[in-house]
Design a binder for this molecule. Structure first.
Ligand code: ADP
Length: 590
């Protein structure tokens, strides 16, 4: 359907009004542009938010999951590393102690060993022990009564001393074991020592060969097998007293901060030592009643993890930011392109509308010229005839009757021309200078009452009106509205040749008021549907139609912010629906 544009008749309007029309057009197109702009801005925001959420959310969830897994793995690996140090050191210590026990056995099991030993034998023992390991301090042989019967070392005054009360000797003699390692003890110079003793039967008598060792040698062994920064190793006995410890931390026999429980394998314990959270791996030795403690500050143990986590976090944040920036700029570019395209489309539309207006103006001008020329030609021709009637040369009938007949022709032609100019004037008056809330039902009733008196009276037309209840009022001037209904109803009546029905219905459709005028007339052929709103298009012959009724109606309706829709089936009838917004604000009314 095509709605005729009011602005085609600008020339009929006073200058002031023409300017207003122009402003209205401008505001409309600016408004449209603003809407398109808003639409694209909203779309761009939505796209950016959507894509960023769509990318960032799964990314954040995945990162959180990997972060969790990674933290756990690294934490476990820090524990594992400490446990493995403890396990290695335990094996080294056990091996070390077994070797020392073996050193003593080698001497005692020597077939040439004689009891009681000579001093030279004992000195030889010490020499060979020191050759094996320079941690040996002295060596002595004790008989079954616990008396030291042979000695070589720095304190020869011990010779003859009774060791029967020494706990380690008691244990060795009473227990089922053939060797023993004592706890560390401090000598008179507060130097720490521990004793390794082996038992053997020589010539039917039990003898114990015992040697004193320097725990510092053990500490050096521990230090040499330590891996990792700030890792400290120490040995504690069953009472939790240090046996071997870094002299900077404590002295042998001092109480250690942690008493490890009995355990089969390496275990882990976490506690604060001097306000530092510390990870402790502990395990009990096989060869001595000592537990190995390998400790490391938690922060140091997990520093690798913190570093890796920091790098991971920085990388993830940087990648996410980079993606966000890429997404943002890509979308902005796409939106800018789309906006440009829309702008071009809009301009094209405006150009098309402009071209269509120019074409319509041409059409209108041609129509006006044609419509006015016809009656003018008739007037001119008839006045020529009248002139000839008084020319004796032509000998025409110039009786008053003949004269009136010609004057009637002139009158009819002039009336027709006047009709056309009047319609054109009406068309120009389709603006709404003063609007008021109009009751559509009441307006339809008025039009119907007027038409029933004259135009509809002559035909057998049944007019039915179905008014909607609670129809909201339309802000408009009543007369132009009535003109719309009149034009549509007259067309409906014209379309019915003999008898038929015209049904007028009012209703509310969405936010519009709908006035439907349906007839059971001849209908409109599809090829005419496009043209019926063109000015001067008419199928009514014999000077009955001006072809301006629908274009005037469409113009009025357009100014009220509405449209006219048409449906028609040839031979069955047509339905014209006027849709008017009931909350429309017409800028012309201000
Ligand atoms: P006019 O009535 O002077 O011809 P209009 O602009 O009112 O001018 O109508 C244009 C043409 O549209 C009519 O000549 C007619 O062919 C067609 N038309 C309009 N309304 C109807 C209708 N209800 N049924 C059939 N044809 C119609």
């Amino acid at each position: 359907m095509r709605v005729w544009d009011m602005r085609l008749l600008q020339d009929d309007l006073p200058t002031e009004k023409r300017r207003t029309e122009h402003i209205y057009d401008y505001v409309d197109s600016e408004e449209n542009r603003r809407r398109v702009d808003q639409h694209f801005t909203k779309l761009q925001r939505k796209l950016i938010i959507g894509l960023i959420i769509g990318f960032l959310l799964p990314n954040a969830l995945l990162s959180a999951y990997f972060h969790y897994q990674f933290t756990h793995t690294l934490r476990d690996s820090a524990i594992l590393s400490l446990e493995s140090v403890a396990d290695n050191q335990k094996n080294s210590l056990d091996l070390y102690l077994r070797e020392r026990i073996g050193n003593l056995y080698n001497l005692l099991l020597n077939p040439s060993a004689t009891v009681p030993p000579t001093q030279a034998t004992m000195d030889g023992y010490l020499r060979s022990l020191v050759r094996f390991h320079d941690g040996f301090i002295d060596v002595g042989l004790i008989d079954a009564k616990g008396i030291l019967i042979g000695y070589a070392g720095p304190t020869p005054e011990q010779l003859g001393q009774d060791f029967s009360d020494a706990p380690w000797l008691k244990q060795l003699l009473n227990r089922d074991t053939s060797h023993i390692i004592s706890d560390s003890y401090l000598d008179s110079r507060r130097a720490a020592h521990f004793t390794v003793a082996v038992r053997h039967v020589i010539q039917g008598q039990v003898y114990v060969l015992r040697a004193t060792l320097d725990p510092d040698e053990l500490y050096l062994l521990l230090r040499s097998t330590v891996h990792g920064s700030n890792v400290e190793s120490s040995l504690v006995n069953a009472q939790g007293r240090y046996q071997v410890v870094d002299p900077k931390i404590a002295t042998a026999t001092d109480q250690a901060p942690f008493l490890p429980p009995a355990t089969e394998s390496v275990a882990i314990h976490e506690q604060d030592i001097e306000e530092t959270r510390t990870l402790i791996a502990y395990t009990w030795l096989t060869e001595a009643p000592w537990s190995l403690l390998v400790s490391q500050p938690l922060a140091v143990a997990q520093s690798g993890m913190y570093q890796a986590r920091l790098i991971l976090t920085i990388s993830l944040v940087s990648i996410s930011l980079l993606f966000c920036v890429i997404i943002f700029f890509t979308i902005r570019k796409l939106m800018d392109d789309a906006r440009r395209m829309a702008e071009k489309g809009h301009q094209l539309q405006e150009m098309l509308a402009h071209a269509s207006k120019l074409a319509s103006i041409g059409e209108l001008a041609a129509g006006v010229a044609h419509e006015i020329n016809n009656p003018l030609a008739i007037i001119m021709a008839t006045s020529g005839v009248v002139r000839d009637m008084f020319n004796p040369e032509f000998d025409l009938d110039n009786s008053p009757e003949a004269l009136f007949k010609e004057l009637d022709v002139i009158d009819n032609a002039a009336t027709r021309a006047k009709g056309i100019t009047k319609k054109l004037q009406e068309m120009g008056k389709t603006r709404m200078p003063q609007t008021e809330p109009c009751d559509i039902n009441a307006q339809v009733e008025t039009v119907l009452a007027r038409l029933k008196k004259v135009e509809l009276k002559s035909k057998a037309i049944d007019v039915q009106f179905n008014p909607a209840e609670d129809l909201p009022p339309i802000l408009a001037e009543a007369e132009p509205l009535r003109q719309v209904f009149t034009n549509l109803m007259l067309n409906a009546a014209d379309a019915i040749s003999d008898k038929g029905i015209i049904t007028v219905t009012t209703a509310v459709q969405d936010s519009m008021v709908a006035i439907t005028i349906a007839d059971t007339g001849r209908g409109i052929p599809p090829q005419n549907l496009e043209r019926i709103f063109h000015p001067f298009f008419t199928t009514k012959g014999g000077g009955q139609g001006t072809g301006l009724g629908l274009s005037i109606a469409a113009s009025i309706v357009k100014h009220l912010g509405g449209v006219i829709k048409v449906n028609s089936i040839v031979g069955r009838g047509s339905t014209f629906t006027v849709l008017l917004p009931h909350n429309f604000y017409c800028p012309l009314d201000t």
